[in-house]
Design a protein around this ligand. Structure first.
Ligand code: NAD
Length: 494
């Protein structure tokens, strides 16, 4: 048994509700795997609607009757979040080991994700004591004083994807707690362990009153029950388009409508212009696509290469993809890990088959399982792919890049990308100012990278257009999404 599993500081068979580790009311359990080997590393409860109800009731009582909202100042919430950031920092080695084991992510990548996680709690702590309203001068009656106060949205139900368990938890939970909300959190069913570790640390700080943060584990059943629960004021969802649409439909069907933010999939284009540095760009494109084994909502998966450099660029791209080190995730030399589970592994292999047989795309490299164990697939690059091919338009969520047929004019690319179902991210590689300006102004994508890819900061909002969803994570915009304004009108002559 891996050393971290033998010294977990929490009991993974329990769930964290109302400030206590409790037994689930359900008898069903979920197997948790190590995707590197496909071995079972833990068994956790598969929560039912009763567990969910207890978690929501706890968050509801904590919000309406507890001290977190009603007694704590913003500065006290700030200090609680800062203490939590320090607690995560002090346990980061354990969390990194656990995250790498449960996700198959290369340990170096997990370290960067932990840097981000800690930074996010500190960043959003800084907003907790800076909630501002506005004074609005009376328009018709000088005796009226109008002003707004911003109040927390209430109980927030979070449903997370499996691909960045601890980091996406921080994206959601840090701003929500800073704003004074209370939380019920459901991680992806494949990757619950670092969420439980997080709950353990939050508890250990002693700074979060009971019911402020609660965890439920499981998949569709408990996720749907959370979306359907009438005491939840906001749903923050990250996942696929199909589930996101289901969540939106459900939140409109409950007795009380509630606000929703949905962070969904992507099929993000990259454009290589004639003046690009081809060696540098090939490496940036490969990491832009293959980071997290391609299980990245903003992965660069549709690549446009200018006709004048197409033939020169392909061998560089092939070499960069083949140079990626696939090895044990805990080895510091490893650059790409396995897919998360058998379902995702089968899905990616099926798309590789579709690329070859149905889309008739040419294979530049990869296309096969790797390492002979677990859920590993080689970094795969197709070229001369039609922009309307299935592998070029559907989200694969694996290490598969489609280099499209060569293009001649940037305007042509922009016109086609306007019809892209998704609008999460895009990239352009050029030093030409006019092309950069045209691309960044015209493209309807939530994030546009120029001569880099995948860099994200706590203070820059992240989110999509069209089927990539709505709402923003990170930045002030995300914090503001957990607040609602109330308008107060006071007659001072009364
Ligand atoms: P998924 O849609 O299968 O599941 C997402 C979450 O929803 C899981 O926790 C799942 O248990 C839960 N769920 C499933 N059915 C539900 C229902 N009916 N009601 C409520 N919850 C339900 O997605 P996934 O495979 O976990 O994640 C991959 C997807 O997430 C990709 O499409 C990826 O692009 C997207 N993603 C988007 C972002 C972003 O910020 N835009 C970030 C990460 C991942």
């Amino acid at each position: 048994m891996s050393s971290i599993l033998s010294r977990l500081p929490f009991d993974e068979t329990l769930i964290y509700i109302n400030g206590e580790w409790t037994k689930s009311q359900a008898s069903q359990t979920c197997r948790v795997e190590n995707p590197d080997t496909a071995e079972t590393i833990a068994t956790v409860p598969e929560c039912n609607a009763r567990d969910l109800d207890l978690a929501v009731q706890a968050a509801y009582s904590a919000f309406h009757d507890g001290p977190w909202v009603n007694e704590y100042s913003g500065a006290q919430r700030r200090d609680a979040l800062l203490a939590l950031a320090t607690a995560i920092e002090e346990s980061r080695q354990d969390i990194e080991e656990l995250e790498s084991l449960n996700t198959g992510k290369p340990i170096n990548d997990v370290r960067v994700e932990l840097d981000d996680t800690i930074d996010l709690f500190r960043f959003f702590a800084g907003y907790a004591d800076k909630v501002e309203g506005r004074h609005i001068a009376a328009q018709t009656n000088r005796n009226l004083e109008g002003y707004t106060v911003k109040v927390p949205v209430g109980v927030v139900g979070f449903i997370n994807a499996f691909n960045y368990p601890i980091c996406l938890l921080a994206w959601k939970v840090a701003p929500a707690l800073a704003a004074g909300c209370t939380v019920v959190f459901k991680p992806g069913p494949q990757t619950p362990l670092t969420t439980q570790y997080f709950a353990h640390l939050l508890h250990k700080t002693g700074k979060f009153p009971k019911g402020v943060f609660n965890v439920v584990l499981g998949g569709v059943g408990v996720g749907q029950a959370l979306v359907d629960h009438d005491l939840v004021d906001k749903i923050g969802f990250t996942g696929s388009v199909a589930t996101g649409k289901q969540v939106i439909r459900s939140t409109a069907s409950t007795r009380n409508v509630r606000c929703t933010s949905v962070e969904l999939g992507g099929k993000s284009p990259g454009v290589v212009m004639p003046d690009a540095d081809l060696d540098k760009t090939a490496k940036l494109v490969v990491s832009g696509c293959m980071a997290n084994a391609g299980m990245n909502c903003n992965a660069l998966t549709r690549l446009w290469v200018h006709r004048s450099i197409y033939d020169e660029f392909m061998p560089r791209l092939k070499a960069a993809a083949e140079a990626l080190v696939l090895s044990t995730p805990q080895d510091t030399a490893t650059e790409m890990g396995p897919l998360i589970d058998k379902r995702q592994y089968d899905r990616v292999l099926e798309y590789i088959r579709i690329g070859r047989d149905e889309d008739q795309a040419a294979l530049l490299t990869g296309g096969q399982p790797a390492l002979g164990r677990g859920y590993w697939i080689q970094p795969t690059v197709f070229y001369n792919v039609s922009p309307t091919a299935r592998i070029a338009t559907e989200e694969i969520f694996g290490p598969v890049l489609s280099v499209l047929e060569p293009f001649d004019e940037l305007d042509e690319v922009i016109a086609i990308e306007r019809k892209n179902e998704f609008g999460l991210a895009a990239g352009i590689f050029t030093r030409r100012h006019q092309d950069i300006a045209k691309f960044t102004r015209k493209l309807r994508s939530g994030t546009i990278w120029v001569n880099n890819y995948n860099a994200l900061y706590s203070y820059l909002p992240f989110g999509g257009f069209r089927n990539s969803g709505f709402g923003r994570e990170l930045g002030y915009e995300s914090f503001d999404g957990y607040l609602v304004p109330k308008s107060i009108i006071d007659d001072i002559s009364y």
